[in-house]
Design a protein around this ligand. Sequence first.
Ligand code: FVH
Length: 292
Amino acid sequence: MTTNNNSVQVSVLGLGAMGSALADALLKAGHATTVWNRTPGKADALVARGAQVAATAGDAVRSGRLVIACLLDHASVHEVLDPLADELAGRTLINVTTTSPAESRELAAWAARAGIAYLDGGIMAVPHMIGRPGSSVLYSGSADVFHQYEPLLELWGASTYFGEDAGLASLYDLALLAGMYVMFAGFLHGAAMVAPVGVTASEFATRAAPWLTAMTGAFQGFAEVVDGGDYTVERQQSLLFSDLGHILAASADQGISTEVVAMVQRLIRRQIDAGHGEEGFARIIESIKQPG
Ligand code: FVH
């Protein structure tokens, strides 16, 4: 642990993989860190690096002006914090547990009623990335809390504040994860397509990674078309040209599921059927915005 003249008395509730990584980064920066976990034993490595361990969540809350919650889900946050509302009053709570936007707003309202300053966070990193390049954490809720603790928050990753609506960080978090999961499904679909001819997923990955990385260059162009609202602009590939029938047929020939590609094909088809076949691929956002 290094010496830190601006040391914050901070308590971390939840020492799963992520809570432990967050606490470790605080300790490395010299913050006076108290940790608590429901199941004993998970604090040992952190204690060896200078953390204080609290026997109960209440003890942890009482020992910090700033309380970080990194628990499993919204229900576990309430389970731990509800009995401690009086103890938390006048303190600051930053909740980086993954929750839905509605759950984040609910927790912010709960905190406001209890007199707790509240900031919601969405972590865009896996535990080993915390404190390293590429890690970012999204925040919304109290601007005062964000600005007061920004140097501490920067220890975990690049911090971005989206505004007073506590649900915004979660909304961005889940929107980014939506993109990630669909991309992963696309990669795995491709790996399943080539598997019957003896291509390993690892070999396929060496080709898919640079290809998909290059294709992310198209995001900005799609975004400009979407924001401009005119899908007829010429430089885009048309929806008719984007028909995925050949990919569906090849997938079926390989004896694999067509579900992943069929999902995209349905979005395209709805726009073609509505008479927009000559318009650009970005138009499938209209299928997404208006569920069929
Ligand atoms: N790990 C990751 O890659 C992701 C990256 C993005 C953000 N997530 C979210 O971070 C939250 C915590 O994730 P985690 O990786 O630390 O999760 P676990 O290792 O499974 O640890 C869960 C901790 O929550 C405690 N806990 C669960 N239920 C309760 C409860 N009812 N009361 C008190 N504590 C509870 C659990 O305690 P224990 O099982 O050890 O007693 C762990 O400390 C999460 O929202 C991710 O979505 C991580």
